[in-house]
Design a protein around this ligand. Structure first.
Ligand code: SF4
Ligand code: SF4
Length: 374
C-alpha cells in the first residue's frame, strides 16, 4: 500500500452543485451553493475545481458570484480546464482561456488543466499545441501550476508523461477503491505512473459519482459490521491515503454532504493495511451488484443529438437489476417521454469518445431498451 506523508486537502468540485431544476444543469441553486462555499472556507479549506463545460458552462460564473466576488483572491485556489473537444486551432487555447478567466472574474488560475485527455482528445490537444500553450501560460503568470485531467488507460498516460512530465506539474486522475484494480479504469496503474514520473496527483471521482455511497443493502450491511465510519468517509480516506495525492475532489451537491466530507479531512486518518484489504473485498462485492459502471458525469449527454438522457437511463437500469421496482418503469417512461427513449439511439457512437468510464454507451442502450421497452 502506498504511503502519503503530506497533508491532503478536500477539494470542492463544482460539477454536481445543487440545482433548482434537476433536469437543467444550468440552474445552479445559488443560495445553497453560497452557504456551501462559506462553510468550506470556514473549515479552513481553499481549493475549488471547475471547468469551461460544467453545469452547461455556468459553473465558472457561479463560482465568481459565490467565491470570487466575496473573498480576497489570496484566500482561495481555483483550478479550471480547457475544453479539449472545442480545440480546432492553436489560437483557440488563448480564446478559451480568456473566456474562462472572464467568467471567473480572475486574472490567473492556480491550476490550469487540459481537460479529459484520452486517446481521441490527445490528438486535438497536440494539433492545437495545448501543451506548449499551458507552458507559456505558466511562464507568463496566467497559471501557477499546469497539467491534464486524464481519462484513459496506462499506456497512453505513460506516453504523455514521457513527453510532457518536464512541463506539467499535475495529473488529475480517477482514483477510488472500486477502480483500483479495474481493468478499464486502472486507478492503481495510473497512480503508479504518476508517482514514477514525480507529478502531483489530484483525485477525481473518489466516490465515483455517488456509486460508492448508494451501494446495495447487502454491501451497506458489511460496512456497518466492519466499523461505524460512513461509507463516504471510507471512499475519501482511501483516495487521500495514496502517495503524491495533494487534493481529493468531491462534487458535493448539498450542505450535508459538505459537512460530512469536511469532517473526514479535519480528522483524517490513513487507511491501514487491514482496511485496504477490506475495501478491496468491498470493491468486488459492489461490482457484483452493479450492472452498468457509469459515474453519472453527464459528459455524454450534451453530445447526443437524439437527446437521450443516458446516465438517467443507466441509473434506472442499475436500480431495476438490483431491486425490481415498478417505479423504475414509471420513471423510465417519464424520462423517455420528456427526452427520448433508449431505442431512439442511432448507434452513431458520437458519445463514446466523451465517456469518462469508457463505456460502450450505444451497446448498453440496447440493453436498456430491451429491459424498459418490451
Ligand atoms: S450512439 Fe446513441 S446515445 Fe450515443 S450519441 Fe449516438 S444516438 Fe446518442
Ligand atoms: S455514460 Fe459515460 S459519459 Fe455518460 S454519464 Fe456515464 S460515465 Fe459519464
Amino acid at each position: 500500500m502506498a504511503e502519503n506523508s503530506t497533508k491532503v486537502q478536500l477539494g470542492f468540485g463544482a460539477m454536481r452543485l445543487p440545482q433548482t431544476d434537476a433536469n437543467n444543469p444550468a440552474t445552479i441553486e445559488m443560495e445553497e451553493f453560497t452557504q456551501m462555499v462559506d462553510y468550506y472556507m470556514e473549515q479552513g479549506f481553499d481549493y475549488f475545481d471547475t471547468s469551461y463545460a460544467y453545469h452547461g458552462e455556468t459553473s465558472e460564473d457561479a463560482l465568481k458570484k459565490a467565491l470570487v466576488e466575496r473573498y480576497p483572491r489570496e484566500s482561495y485556489r481555483i483550478a479550471d480546464k480547457i475544453p479539449t473537444w472545442l480545440l480546432t486551432k492553436e489560437s483557440d487555447n488563448e480564446d478559451l482561456v480568456n473566456t474562462m478567466l472572464e467568467r471567473l472574474g480572475i486574472d490567473y488560475f492556480d491550476v490550469l488543466l487540459i481537460h479529459n485527455i484520452n486517446n481521441v482528445f490527445i490528438n486535438l490537444a497536440e494539433s492545437a499545441k495545448s501543451f506548449e500553450y499551458i507552458k507559456k501560460a505558466k511562464e507568463e503568470g496566467k497559471a501557477l501550476k499546469i497539467g491534464i485531467s486524464y481519462h484513459d488507460k496506462e499506456d497512453l498516460l505513460e506516453e504523455v508523461l514521457e513527453k510532457y512530465s518536464d512541463i506539467i506539474d499535475i495529473v488529475q486522475i480517477q482514483l477510488n477503491y472500486m477502480d483500483w484494480n479495474d481493468q478499464r479504469i486502472q486507478s492503481k496503474k495510473l497512480h503508479r505512473l504518476c508517482v514514477k514520473y514525480g507529478v502531483e496527483i489530484i483525485v477525481m471521482e473518489p466516490i465515483k459519482g455517488g456509486t460508492l455511497v448508494n451501494v446495495a443493502d447487502s454491501v451497506k450491511q458489511q460496512f456497518e459490521e466492519y466499523s461505524d465510519n460512513s461509507i463516504a468517509d471510507w471512499a475519501l480516506r482511501f483516495a487521500a491515503s495514496q502517495e503524491n495525492v495533494s487534493i481529493v475532489l468531491s462534487g458535493m451537491s448539498n450542505l450535508e454532504q459538505m459537512k460530512e466530507n469536511c469532517e473526514t479531512f479535519k480528522n483524517f486518518e490513513k487507511i491501514t493495511r487491514d482496511e485496504h484489504r477490506f475495501l478491496m473485498k468491498m470493491a468486488r462485492e459492489i461490482k457484483k451488484t452493479l450492472a452498468i459502471d457509469c459515474s453519472f458525469c453527464g459528459y455524454c449527454v450534451k453530445e447526443c443529438e437524439m437527446n437521450i438522457p443516458i446516465p438517467d437511463f443507466f441509473n434506472l437500469y442499475n436500480s431495476e437489476k438490483l431491486y425490481s421496482l415498478e417505479a423504475n418503469f414509471a420513471n423510465y417512461a417519464t424520462a423517455a417521454g420528456s427526452n427520448a427513449p433508449a431505442s431512439a439511439c442511432t448507434q452513431c457512437r458520437t458519445c463514446v469518445d466523451y465517456c469518462t468510464q469508457q463505456l460502450d454507451i450505444p451497446e448498453l442502450l440496447l440493453d436498456v431498451a430491451d429491459l424498459f421497452e418490451p
